[in-house]
Write a protein that binds this ligand. Sequence first.
Ligand code: SF4
Length: 416
Amino acid sequence: MSKRTILQKLEILADAAKYDASCASSGSARRNALGTPGIGSTEGMGICHSYAPDGRCISLLKILLTNFCIFDCRYCINRSSSNVQRERFSVSEIVSLTLDFYKRNYIEGLFLSSGIIRSPNYTMEQLLEVARSLREDHGFRGYIHLKTIAEADPELIRLAGQHADRLSVNVELPSEQGLTHYAPEKNGQTIRKAMADIRHEIDNVTDARSSRILKRAKPPAFAPGGQSTQMIVGADTSSDADILHSSARLYAGYGLKRVYYSAYSPVPEASADLPPIRPPLIREHRLYQADWMFRFYGFSTDEITSVAENGMLDLDVDPKLSWALRNRGLFPMDINRASYRELLRIPGLGPTAAKRIIAARRHTRLTLDDLARIVRSLKKIRPFVTASGWSPGHLTDAIDLKQRFLAPPQQMDLFA
Ligand code: SF4
């Protein structure tokens, strides 16, 4: 078989990386101006958008070092028994690709993951060498996100953190039973131990760097963008409640910056106990909304999941509205008196709007019109608040209140 070109390798290894959700999709439609009067193209190959620790949206080259793998995780397209085209980049090829894209201003960084080749240590050494070479041989100052191999020597992971902005270890499935069943070569304890090691190193380095005593001998930075993980949704039977409780434990236990939820994509020749179709994407979206609620809105996971039917979030309305609809006894809330924490419980109000309400009401009693100038839409808010000159009356308790928030049903196209 003739050797593949870099472009052909890129096509295979960027495509194989798209299943990792820890950095948002590379899913732009392919457009190419070739043969047209226009300019530019989106090849859809390997460039994705992610968010830097300071909230900036950045473009990353998102690729695998290799899609060969000695493990056989049943939900994974790259598992050893999968019949896919295999390829592998050398360390120097990834370094050159990253630098070339970077110099052309296509990307601001690299997201690098890998199947496991030879051994976890060998693979981790290769990933580490890419990051080291970029930083030390080429003075690369762009963003680097490295997937770490949980089974690798902790010292290799520690060294990786000295070069990478962010590290991630994928927990893959929400439950230990799911992991044992679908990824028997992986071990939940090993994964959690790798996360704990990263957390300790981040904490140690943060403490040492802020120490007044260690004036000169401050240690090098370690994964300043923190660590994240990915959980696959819908491959096993875990409910949304199971997933959210598991996420809450990960955030609390390992100081994660993000848990990414990735709807399971059916893989070719999958075993019969995996679902034949992808779960609805809206399920992934509802999980992100619920995740947001406990990270930024002060809800506990028990509160969020208390309104989940059989542990599953309502797909029709967002989880905060769903919670409010089931807890109408707490509403309407007076926007002129409610605390910041209470304001965050009102559907349609986020932290920015809540802060603006509190600032504005120092000068005047707010009316619904005042509120309309603070928020984007009053639709979700109106039944749940009172304001100067406004009371929702019976609207809060209306039997059909949920229906009023639903999109109107659409006639299916007979010929679609
Ligand atoms: S170790 Fe990673 S790449 Fe290999 S089969 Fe499992 S999930 Fe896929």
